[in-house]
Design a protein around this ligand. Structure first.
Ligand code: GAR
Length: 186
């Protein structure tokens, strides 16, 4: 059984989709750690409900990114994590984490990369008048949302509601993240 960690900052719907797929046996893995940089985020309640150990921190309580990432690396090492899945983790991964876990970190992003990297991807796509939206899962490297692409799904949308695009996108994300993790770990 593989051992994975999920990093999140918000609602944690992808964390829940991945964890429940593991618990159902759909992915041959256990989510052994959830890392969250927002101590009040809803994803923490989900981790408690699903029985997943978590580490919640506030960046402002640490002297540097290297300092809190060193703690995260030690936790990942201790738990024997083989794959780190960023799922709405709204922080740039730094050298400390990349040096230790580079090549083992993936991210999900709500656009067809390389278009619309960074935060506000859906909103920027709408401002641009985009009609084909999508989701990308990619390896994480030193660039912002620029690592090698693993999987993409596209969908058409002709309206102007960011909420609607997020809703459609998230339904795709949950299935796509589970399938991609399965493929990577097989
Ligand atoms: C997801 O839709 C993910 O694509 C996005 O954050 C959301 C987290 O939702 N990620 C980014 O925007 C990364 N740049 P969740 O907390 O419900 O999984």
């Amino acid at each position: 059984m593989h051992r994975i960690a999920v990093f999140a900052s918000g609602a944690g719907s992808n964390f829940e989709a991945i964890t429940t797929a593991c618990q159902r046996g759909e992915i041959n893995a256990e989510v052994v750690l959830m890392v969250c940089d927002k101590p009040q985020a809803a994803v923490i309640d989900k981790a408690i409900r699903l029985g997943v150990d978590y580490f919640a921190f506030s960046a402002k309580d640490y002297y540097s990114k290297a300092e809190y990432e060193q703690i995260i690396v030690e936790l990942l090492d201790k738990k024997g994590v083989e794959l780190v899945c960023l799922a709405g983790y709204m922080r740039i991964v730094g050298d400390t984490l990349l040096n230790a876990y580079g090549g083992k970190i993936i991210n999900i992003h709500p656009s067809l990369l390389p278009s619309f990297a960074g935060a506000r991807a859906v909103e920027q796509a709408l401002e641009y008048g985009v009609k084909v939206f999508g989701i990308t899962i990619h390896w994480v490297d030193h660039t912002l949302d620029g690592g090698k692409i693993i999987a993409q799904r596209a969908f058409e949308y002709y309206g102007n509601s960011a909420d609607k695009v997020h809703r459609i996108g998230q339904q795709i994300e949950h299935k796509m993240y589970v399938e991609t993790i399965k493929n990577i770990l097989k």
